[in-house]
Write a protein that binds this ligand. Structure first.
Ligand code: SAH
Length: 259
């Protein structure tokens, strides 16, 4: 890669960060859904260690912290998100219990069998569902929990447009029964599975983007990368509106067993 390309790349990267940093959430979800998933976790005490992997600016982490005892580490690749995360934690007076750190989910800074709970909303796809389940397992105590949300197919077949979109963007998308069998194969007992309601996408994720998109297009008027990026976000939202009966986010909660 030459310098010119590097600069373009960096600009796009910063653009994406700036866009998503402006939002409470960087993926579909809601405080209600976080609490619903949390209801299945029964092993937490004030000594518990929890990791929220791919935490973004920490929308769900703040909810978790308000309803669980123990210490929470939020980890994300993007320093911009982690700065906002730690700022929000302080604002809420939670800075003694939650800490945001920059890191990568394929090289976690935890010790083996140290965690009671691994949380990850709308983020495990970055490493891949199966790889994440397998690699993160070693950090959990036996009997510890993993709770992840993951984009899944709701039907065995689907229209070509949406099928092709996901094959290009995340070919590991699969049906719920197949995801559950991957969980079992990786050494966990599936504890609960539920589909996220539509408002997690429409109200919580896409609606806040509308204002951000307008501001962005004004701020970066004439900028091709910004225009293309916004067009892609809008296309993704339109696909969801059109094909939501065929796919969506699903919460999977599972407990580590000895293999
Ligand atoms: N959990 C948040 C963010 C979901 S978006 C929410 O639900 O709102 C996915 C997040 O994964 C982004 O914040 C992105 O920065 C982060 N991410 C992407 N690749 C990563 C990696 N390799 N390691 C850690 N975080 C990563």
């Amino acid at each position: 890669m030459n310098n010119e390309n590097n600069t373009i790349h960096e600009f796009e990267f910063n653009l994406i960060c700036e866009y998503f940093a402006n939002m409470k959430r960087q993926g579909p979800g809601s405080p209600e859904v976080t609490l619903q998933a949390l209801n299945f976790i029964d092993n937490l005490t004030s000594q518990s260690l929890i990791a929220d992997i791919g935490c973004g600016t920490g929308g769900q982490t703040m909810v978790l912290a308000q309803y669980t005892p123990g210490q929470i580490t939020g980890l994300d690749l993007f320093p911009v998100f982690i700065n906002i995360f730690n700022h929000n934690a302080t604002q809420l007076g939670l800075q003694n219990r939650i800490k945001g750190i920059v890191g990568s989910m394929d090289n976690l800074p935890f010790r083996e069998k140290e965690l009671d709970l691994i949380w990850s909303e709308g983020a495990i796809y970055n490493i891949g569902f199966e790889r994440g389940l397998n690699e993160w397992r070693k950090y959990l105590k036996t009997g510890g929990y993993i709770a992840v949300s993951e984009c899944s197919w709701f039907t065995k077949e689907r229209p070509a447009e949406i099928h092709n979109f996901w094959m290009e963007n995340y070919p590991e998308i699969d049906t719920i029964p197949n995801k559950i069998s991957q969980i079992q194969k990786a050494g966990y007992i599936p504890v609960a599975t539920f589909m996220l309601p539509e408002n997690c996408w429409t109200e919580q994720y896409y609606a806040p983007q509308i204002t951000v998109q307008k501001t962005f297009l004004k701020k970066y008027a004439g900028n091709k990368a910004a225009k293309e990026f916004i067009a892609l976000q809008r296309y993704e939202a339109e696909l969801y509106r059109q094909y939501k009966e065929f796919y969506g986010y699903v919460f999977f909660i599972a407990k580590k067993t000895e293999l």
